[in-house]
Design a protein around this ligand. Structure first.
Ligand code: AMP
Length: 552
């Protein structure tokens, strides 16, 4: 299939925002694609070159792209850099400079979707000396065969900036529509395999029948079951009793896959983190007593194996992000795993098995060690005991408790109420917006990534404490932009400084120390509760309040 067709699809989608219309357009496109190209098309439409779970990194960043564009167009690197800074979109710049080129040169060959995928796959696996040069030549080859519109979308795709506003849900619905299959079966297959490209192929070749047969496969991450917020211990016990209470460990979810002599580790967002945690790979190999298994747990960065106190989440983040000198990091930031579920063992899916039995299977399959443990669990129908367990979990320095329905199956990807979480409530903070970044793609005219600040009466200054980017609806972004635009005092590229006037109430998960922001603190997962039109910038929570909360 020609890449031009894909570029035209992108251009059409860029002009639309209605979900139904976008779904119809994509369905029409998918139904016409040759079978062999179907998976690639699905990844590309979702803005990815490879499915996330493969953990493949393209290794093509802005600089390399500028060099490739310069070589193909004859325009100087610096000029391209400046254009990108001004326009804030490398795709549009590519289109602009390559228009000129097309007037003077003829393409050598038609660019196809397969060719793009092929070159990028080859570029992604390059390592060592000369890798960068070779990578450059793969990108150059693609660009030199791309027309202006194709280059706009090629560049955005390669840089991970496609942003068509097409989420997994739209692609799922489009697959169902294109191949006339049941949307719930498409969703189910996707939750089990995390790969919409594969699901599209199955839907196309085998329809509903084959989709029904899709099951768990070791080494292919499964969308994890999510927890709902509990109203309280008693309220949850009224819903199912007895219930399993477990410590809610303060770390990151990890899915461990074992297949004979191989182990793979995935995060909740399906990123492959096998390389980052060699000690978990080793423990899994030695202590999961099964040929094949899929097991879940929470990995926690701890101060030491003696006191097992959790370290701040940032330390674990460093372990997750670190791609080199891993052995040093293993010593510097030790981790433990607390295992809490088993969904596959020795060739059999256990998704339908009640949690009570899955836990038993887990206990049988795992030989627990100091750093590879079973989550602490208590089964009770007694609210007082449950309360004591909750206090105990908090006293360990963890987040709270998980409350699980012992009779429930495992429902991938859903927040179905089979498990609840209970944590102490963090009071929200009133903060002031002092900066923002102009959005990209469809959000190009909106101020996004709002820089939050807290007032410090001692210094008479507004100090940065985090960025607010999620939890805002399109309408709220629009409203924010209208409020903030007249207050812009300085613009540098996409960054803007804003006069401290607008107050927002922000909820968050935690306050952390941070070198990034001038207050020395950062809010973890800040979310907008509401805009406080009734408050001025000095009627807000101050630095003293942050320090007090931090001490608590
Ligand atoms: P939340 O991220 O606040 O929605 O809470 C759910 C998360 O808590 C899960 O995705 C796990 O990463 C984490 N968690 C910590 N301890 C447990 C446990 N014992 N059982 C299940 N999930 C846990």
């Amino acid at each position: 299939m020609e890449f031009k067709d894909f570029a035209e699809l992108c251009s059409l989608l860029d002009s639309k925002s209605g979900r139904i219309e976008m779904t119809d357009i994509i369905a029409g496109f998918l139904s016409k694609i040759p079978r062999e190209t179907l998976s690639i098309a699905c990844y590309f439409i979702g803005g990815e070159v490879f499915p996330i779970w493969q953990g493949v990194e393209l290794g093509i960043a802005g600089k390399l792209m500028i060099k490739a564009l310069s070589d193909v167009s004859g325009v100087e690197d610096e000029e391209i850099e400046k254009l990108i800074r001004d326009k804030g979109d490398a795709g549009l710049v590519a289109e602009q400079i390559l228009v000129k080129k097309t007037q003077t040169t003829l393409f050598q060959e038609t660019l196809t979707l397969e060719k793009v995928y092929d070159n990028l796959s080859k570029a992604a696996v390059l390592e060592g000396k000369g890798a960068q040069e070779k990578r450059l030549s793969y990108v150059q080859e693609l660009l030199s065969n791309a027309g202006p519109l194709e280059s706009r979308y090629l560049v955005r795709l390669v840089l991970g900036e496609l942003r068509l506003g097409v989420g997994d849900g739209i692609i799922r619905d489009a697959i169902a529509k294109a191949f006339n299959v049941d949307v719930d079966l498409v969703e189910r297959a996707y939750q089990l395999t995390s790969d919409l490209g594969e699901v599209a192929k199955t839907a196309n070749t085998g329809g509903n029948e084959k989709l029904k047969e899709v099951s768990l496969v070791p080494m292919r991450p499964v969308k994890v079951m999510l927890a709902q917020k509990a109203e309280g211990l008693e309220e949850t016990l009224a819903e199912f009793s007895p219930a399993a209470f477990e410590v809610k460990y303060d770390g990151a979810r990890i899915q461990i896959h074992k297949d004979r002599k191989q182990i793979e580790l995935y995060t909740r967002r399906l990123e492959n983190v096998t390389k980052q945690f060699p000690e978990i790979v080793k423990s899994s190999m030695e202590n999961i007593n099964a040929e094949s298994a899929i097991i879940e747990g929470e990995v926690v960065a701890i101060k030491s194996f003696e006191d097992r106190k959790p370290r701040p989440f940032q330390d674990l983040s460093r372990r997750i992000k670190r791609k080199y000198d891993i052995s040093q990091m293993v010593k510097k930031i030790p981790v433990e795993v607390n295992l809490f579920d088993l969904i596959y063992i020795n060739g059999e899916s256990k998704l339908e098995t009640p949690f009570r039995e899955r836990r038993k299977l887990l206990e049988e399959a795992v030989s627990a060690t100091e750093s590879f443990r079973l989550s602490e669990q208590m089964v009770t129908d007694n609210a007082e005991q449950a309360d004591e367990f909750y206090e105990h979990a908090i006293s360990l320095g963890h987040e709270g408790v998980m409350i699980k329905n012992l009779d429930a199956p495992y429902q991938p990807g859903s927040r179905v109420g089979y498990m609840y979480k209970l944590k102490p409530v963090m009071e929200s903070l009133d903060l002031i917006i002092i900066g923002a970044i102009w959005g990209e793609g469809k959000r190009a005219h909106w101020l996004a990534s709002l820089l939050l600040s807290v007032y410090d009466p001692a210094r008479g200054e507004f100090l940065e404490i985090g960025r607010l980017g999620t939890g805002l609806t399109d309408e709220q972004f629009q409203e924010m932009t209208e409020l903030l635009k007249p207050l812009v005092v300085e613009e540098k590229g996409q960054e803007v400084k804003i006069k401290p006037k607008v107050v927002v109430e922000v909820a968050y998960e935690e306050i952390q120390h941070s070198p990034t922001y001038s207050s020395g603190y950062a809010l973890r997962f800040p979310r907008l509760v509401r805009i406080r039109n009734d408050k001025g910038p000095l009627d807000t929570d101050t630095m003293e309040r942050i320090e007090e909360l931090m001490r608590k």
